[in-house]
Design a protein around this ligand. Sequence first.
Ligand code: PMP
Length: 408
Amino acid sequence: MINLSQIRAQFPILNREIHGKPLIYLDNAATSQKPLSVIEVESNYYKELNANVHRGIHTLSQLATDEMENSRKKVQKFINAKHDYEVIFTKGTTESINLITYALSNSGKLSKDDEIIITHLEHHSNIVPWQMLCQRTGAKLKVIPINEEGILNLDFLRENLSDRTKIVSFNYVSNALGIVNPVQEMISLIRQNSGAWIVVDGAQAVPHFKVDVQALDCDFFAFSGHKMYAPTGTGVLYGKEAVLESLEPFHGGGEMIATCSFEKTTYAALPFKFEAGTPNIAGNIALGAAVDFIENIGHETLQQHENNLLKYAQNRLLEIEKLTVYGEKAHRTGVVSFNLQNAGISSDVGMILDKLGIAVRTGHHCTQPIMDFFNIAGTVRASFAVYNTNEEVDALVEGVKKAQRMLS
Ligand code: PMP
């Protein structure tokens, strides 16, 4: 059983008021709130440990290095990577995906006859870097279509896989709709029909359920720390050792070299080859504390609570007449995305909810192609974390009813 009051007590921000009302934070897909353990580990780094990593022989530098490398090991276990050096610290999913795309073009891995496949369900950060890569290399981008429920057309994937397919990149969970894609099935299809490298955007997966990158057998797995209770400016790119070894670096600079001269520079071993410059040391250490936070609750407990919340929220919202839930019948996690018909636009609803202390996201959620597919400008998105409650969902439903009365 989940102990919600004990969990909520760990999040100081949940005590604050917005417009004189208790904060109801339902914008977790954008970024989650942070527990005290994470906040304290981050601030403690500056109080007790601040020194640059991997550089100093002095004690403080070694302590900071140990803490950060210990955190890397926690992340390794969290996603079940084979080696800790397959975990590259980045500032988030966006940087992780850009790292892959630039490493690919820096390595001359793509040319004009090659193809990259993504899906219609992607966040802009899993679209634009691939478009930019296509511009640099002449490779072509193909997009797996969705149906009215937001479900991917896997026949399209099957029919379009060939020797020309060099990359297939897709999210595990859609941030706009919360749809959980059949990644295992997609990965088997890709492995059977091409030699493509597989990139999984796991930004909306790791906050909600256990991920095992070895069982998935993906080549890359990208996620953000700040959506899983860690500080902003933290994230991870997991890559299989052999794949990472075969790539040139993205950024050049300090920390990523083995030797440097004007004639020739050689690169450091993994993961440092891909971690140029001073990293977000405090944030990376606190990411380890966020992993501890999730694991202390337990994936199953967390997942069950969030699935119950989602089911409850969807059922209650659908009691409201003239309300559309997008991807209503699809397998989803963490997110309910909806609109009121004939009652203003999503931001009007969001503003009324804000006056009630309820934080939701409105607009296109960095997924304009999904909005175009449904022929809408945006949706109201309520997204859940482990500290949310059924009472908060009730308040959301009352707020949406109020917005409907005011706007229609
Ligand atoms: N992919 C998905 C599925 C996301 O939800 C997000 C964040 N909304 C991103 C990528 C980008 O993450 P970040 O802004 O942390 O780089």
